[in-house]
Write a protein that binds this ligand. Structure first.
Ligand code: FAD
Length: 461
């Protein structure tokens, strides 16, 4: 099944950071060059960001990662007035100027807007923004029932309301075409319990909240993706999100995207199920494709046995969708294929390269395909993001000579915002969840160090 569709032969693409300066040669209808000049695509990064990136990726990809995560956890959880950032202004500014600024967008609307503007100035089409705070209902807030206004239900309702307000606030910080990133478990225990039971619809308060968030996103021309989480929640998340797609995605426009985790053995069939529903019910399918972040904490037997199989499955799903076929092989007639928008969310250079090349190949050759966008997390895989930006710049130059050519795939950065404490907790959780993937950031570290060395040499010449 996996060998049915062939990639266009494009071994020359993305062979490294120093790419051919030829801007006109073509092969199989695709442009050969990856950037307009001989400069590394990382040349667009401001020197300060580059230095921090070199520092962090070197630590992340080294054996120092585990002790550093341990140290960060110790500092964040410490009650000591010497260590905790809320009590020690020096510790606060060190963490703020280093980890926070590298991985987070800002503590308030003004700071976030500045970060978003900077990203767009670098060439990113847009951002995906998420609020780092995850609602936690604090049951000690429940006072004695006889005397208190606060009942357990009030506390649970407040968690849902805070989640809604946080998402609506986040939405105000982004613009047309940007994405809001939403996690259903962020709505607190009411949502978590319903997800765990596998309820077909969200509890009423969560339903009202998410509908309001989606409607606000649609009204301002933004999009919204629902994050994939652990498998215990996932079938309910799929059903709730499909229902939102029914309401908000039509006429080729996807406002809502569901996340599919390609490491799950069932993901191929799950994509096909989404396709069948979208086709028979007549709505537009939005898919964000990830590999999956919970391998260390989830039913291992449901996850592909090897990294190789996950990689192959990820690329197979991308390739199937871009060629308008069902990944499970049960494709409808091509004219019956539903409208689909795909977001390729990965740091894997090989997957990015294949998705981008195939999309450009089919667009340039006017072959049937679907729109795609690609994105990475802030502070991660900058060489992959910058490479895409460089390719888009050179493709846009080529498109000027070839009027009428469809737009290049949009490149996005996924940002988190929140207070220093909120973001540090969020980053620590994500770092622990993604530890194995983080350790593989060696390629990024090497590319960044090369670029830093190039700048240092050109200064001293
Ligand atoms: C923009 C963005 C949004 C994201 N949103 C989500 C989300 O909503 N939900 C979510 O779960 N994750 C999400 N992730 C994280 C994602 O699932 C991956 O954990 C992370 O991106 C690393 O995978 P990769 O595709 O970048 O590439 P790589 O680093 O090449 O792949 C690492 C991944 O391969 C898989 N893997 C590793 N070892 C094995 C093995 N032995 N057997 C089988 N599979 C293996 C795991 O999924 C691992 O995370 C997101 C990532 C990005 C970039």
């Amino acid at each position: 099944m996996h060998s049915k569709i062939l990639w266009p032969k494009r071994p020359q693409l993305f062979t490294g950071l120093r790419l051919s300066s030829s801007s006109s040669a073509t092969h199989h209808g695709l442009l050969l060059h990856a950037s307009a000049g001989k400069e590394s695509p990382l040349a667009v990064l401001p020197t300060r960001s580059l230095i921090y990136s070199v520092l962090f990726t070197s630590v992340i990809s080294s054996p120092l990662l585990r002790p550093c995560l341990g140290l960060l956890k110790y500092v964040i959880e410490s009650k000591s007035s010497l260590l905790h950032p809320s009590r020690n202004p020096a510790m606060r500014s060190v963490l703020r100027m280093t980890i926070y600024n590298h991985f987070c967008a800002g503590e308030n609307e003004a700071e976030v807007r500045r970060s978003v503007t900077k990203m767009k100035a670098l060439g990113f089409k847009g951002v995906i923004l998420g609020y780092a705070r995850e609602s936690i209902a604090r049951m000690n807030d429940v006072k004695h029932p006889a005397t208190a206004v606060n009942t357990k239900q009030d506390v649970l309702d407040r968690a849902v309301d805070e989640w809604k307000e946080g998402n609506l606030r986040t939405l105000k910080m982004i613009g047309k075409g940007d994405y809001l990133s939403v996690k259903f478990t962020g709505a607190g225990p009411t949502a978590v319990e319903a997800l765990t039971r596998g309820d077909h619809a969200p509890p009423p308060r969560v339903q009202i909240a998410i509908t309001e968030i989606c409607a606000a996103a649609a009204a301002q021309g933004s999009r919204l993706w629902i994050d994939a989480e652990q498998q215990i929640f996932q079938s309910a998340i799929d059903n709730w999100t499909i229902d939102l797609m029914r309401q908000f995605n039509s006429k080729g426009t996807a406002v809502i995207f569901n996340t599919i985790q390609a490491y799950l053995k069932s993901s191929t069939e799950n994509v096909s199920r989404h396709l069948r529903l979208a086709q028979t019910e007549g709505w537009t399918l939005g898919i964000k494709l990830v590999r999956g972040a919970y391998i260390a904490h989830d039913y291992r037997s449901r996850i592909h046995d090897t990294k190789y199989e996950t990689d192959r499955n990820y690329n197979h799903i991308v390739q199937s969708l871009l060629t308008r076929q069902s990944p499970a092989g049960d494709s409808p007639a091509p004219h019956m294929f539903p409208d689909v928008c795909l977001f390729v969310a990965t740091h894997n250079a090989e997957s990015v390269r294949k998705a981008y090349s195939l999309s450009r190949y089919r667009t340039q050759n006017k072959l049937p395909t679907i729109p795609i966008e690609l994105g990475q997390l802030q502070g991660m895989a900058d060489e992959v993001s910058c490479e895409l930006l460089a390719r888009n710049r050179s493709s846009e130059v080529a498109a000027e000579h070839n009027s009428g050519e469809a737009a290049v795939p949009g490149v996005f950065k996924c940002l988190a915002w929140g207070s220093l404490e909120e973001c540090l907790h969020f980053l620590l959780r994500r770092a622990i969840e993604n530890q194995s993937a983080m350790e593989r950031t060696r390629h990024t570290a090497v590319a960044l160090r090369k670029e830093a060395w190039r700048r240092w040499k050109s200064r001293s010449m």
